[in-house]
Design a protein around this ligand. Structure first.
Ligand code: SAM
Length: 317
């Protein structure tokens, strides 16, 4: 078994690969016009080369992200090709769900293993304010969740960024999604990065607010970077992801590669190393070297500001 370890002995087995920085949503905390002028997609060839090189280093979990990964017309082809690579044990995707309904079946057939669905509000007027910049995009989330389950995707995770004044009055409604659905709703603390640096001052709320609203939640322990809870007799779980109030860098097992082919070993670090145009072997060597230089932790908790020069939309969450 091949292991990739950083300078602190952490096993790194997870790559978040941003295949585009284009997005059909413009979330107030994520999207930044200044950064989204030069839209970039990773070519299929680069994607394959990067995944092969990563697997050769010891990575076995790949998550496709963006931007919005389902905006890519060749998304099915991308998934099929990644699944053919020996050593990829899990392929997952993070999506806002907008293009998902029609793609569910082909995505399942392509071999995609898991889906993380980002939903910040179940109310269309609120989602418009958060994500759509007042355009008229809309998603029927309950129907979409039902279809994802029926299509046979297991361990659905719903990611909800806690935004004080926008969606914190919906915490119980999100927890209620776990009543009759075998899924995990994960409340994520807003991170001060890109456009969120300003927003953070007014909209940040500590994830423990969820436990205050739903005091009946029972702790189940850690699942990766999230603390898991459950309501008695409910089918699903609730997770709290607290990068600011209770940072989990000691458990970090991931690296990121952006859609313009830069390695970021820490989401909130300033270091970015380009692998564009390199051979598979050279990418492999660069990943190994950068992983050894991976910082131990970010300092969002102290500085309340990311050192990353990019917003999330051009890194990939
Ligand atoms: N477009 C896809 C989506 O919406 O899931 C994938 C990309 S998006 C950057 C990935 C995740 O990052 C989303 O769940 C989003 O809510 C989260 N995210 C973006 N900016 C964030 C911030 N400042 N703090 C916390 N989470 C953030």
């Amino acid at each position: 078994m091949l292991y990739l370890k950083d300078g602190f002995g952490r096993k790194i087995n997870y790559l978040r690969l941003s295949i585009t920085d284009r997005c059909n949503f413009k979330c107030i905390y994520c999207f930044d016009d200044k950064y989204n002028k030069n839209k970039t997609d990773l070519s299929l060839n680069d994607i394959i080369k990067i995944v092969r090189a990563s697997v050769n280093c010891g990575i076995n979990k790949i998550r496709l992200t963006g931007g919005e990964p389902l905006i890519r017309e060749d998304i099915i082809n991308i998934c099929q090709n990644i699944k053919k690579i020996n050593g990829v044990e899990e392929l997952s995707i993070t999506t806002n769900g907008y293009n998902l309904m029609n793609l569910l079946k082909p995505l399942k057939e392509s071999g995609l293993d898991r889906i993380n669905l980002s939903i910040d509000s179940l109310k269309s007027d609120v989602i418009s304010k958060i994500a759509f910049a007042n355009s008229n995009l809309s998603v029927n989330y309950p129907q979409l969740i039902d279809s994802i389950n029926k299509c046979g995707f297991k361990n659905l995770k719903i990611n909800t960024v806690l935004l004080k004044g926008y969606n914190t009055d919906e915490i119980k409604d999100f927890v209620e999604l776990t009543h009759y659905n075998n899924l995990t709703v994960r409340f994520i603390e807003l991170m001060p990065i890109g456009p969120s640096i300003d927003l953070f001052k007014t909209c940040f709320i500590d994830s423990t607010c969820v436990l205050k609203v739903c005091s009946e939640l029972k702790p189940l322990g850690m699942d990766g970077v999230s603390s898991l809870y459950k309501m008695d007799s409910y089918m699903g779980n609730v997770g709290l992801i607290s990068p600011v109030s209770d940072k989990f860098c000691r458990f970090c097992n991931r690296i990121r590669i952006t859609s313009d082919a830069k390695i970021k070993t820490c989401l909130h670090g300033s270091s970015e190393v380009s692998i564009l145009g390199l051979s598979e072997k050279a990418i492999e060597e660069t990943i190994k070297k950068e992983v050894l230089n991976k910082p131990y932790s970010h300092n969002l908790d102290l500085k309340k500001k990311s050192n990353s020069v990019r917003p999330m939309v051009s890194i990939g969450g």
